[in-house]
Design a protein around this ligand. Structure first.
Ligand SMILES: Cc1cc2nc3c(=O)[nH]c(=O)nc-3n(C[C@H](O)[C@H](O)[C@H](O)COP(=O)(O)O)c2cc1C
Length: 162
């Protein structure tokens, strides 16, 4: 009997001072805890948008820069137009680190989620925690770390159902 292929999740981040990268790694820990999918944590730097096709779920994180994502992360999204139509049906999620509460962090997460929706991807909210996706003020504290791990676990569960 043919074995079903294990799902693959990409956690793609941009980080200048390390906080968003730390969140990416915590999300990876959550994915690993779920035990139902493999994952890669990769920086957007040198990332080829064509590699998005290799994954069943794509999570992107960026620091909040002026209430939106950094251009280094936006570049991957803009380059993904080459594959428009081919990402439909995959799952997507997003996270950010910002300096301030109310510093535009939710708009950053929603900017990334908008791109996933335009690609026809599936986005799951969170009814209890950070509703749109994990937000950290500076480096992740205990609360933000728990949000990241939980998002990783939930996202793996979603991807596993696709
Ligand atoms: C160009 C630039 C713009 C920024 N704009 C915002 C902002 O609008 N709101 C905010 O809360 N923090 C802002 N910050 C702070 C970063 O979002 C914050 O330091 C974040 O934790 C950095 O993440 P990193 O360590 O992954 O690079 C800005 C930082 C830079 C360098």
């Amino acid at each position: 009997m043919a074995e079903e292929k294990r799902k693959r999740i990409l956690i793609l981040y941009y980080s200048r001072t390390g906080s968003t990268e730390r969140m990416a790694r915590l999300i990876g820990e959550g994915v690993a805890e779920a035990g139902v999918a493999d994952h890669d944590v990769r920086s957007v730097e040198g990332f080829d948008a064509g590699s998005l096709l290799d994954y069943d779920g794509i999570i992107m994180g960026s620091p909040t820069y002026y209430g939106t994502l950094a251009y280094e992360a936006k570049k991957v999204i803009d380059e993904s137009v080459k594959y428009h139509g081919k990402l439909a049906g995959k799952a997507g999620s997003a996270f950010t680190s910002a300096a301030n509460i109310g510093g535009g962090n939710e708009t950053t997460v929603l900017s990334i989620l908008s791109a996933w929706l335009i690609h026809g991807m599936i986005v799951q909210g969170n009814e209890k925690g950070d509703h749109y996706g994990p937000v950290s003020i500076g480096a992740p504290d205990e609360r933000a770390a728990a949000q990241c791990r939980e998002m990783g676990r939930r996202f793996a569960g979603l991807v596993n159902k696709l």
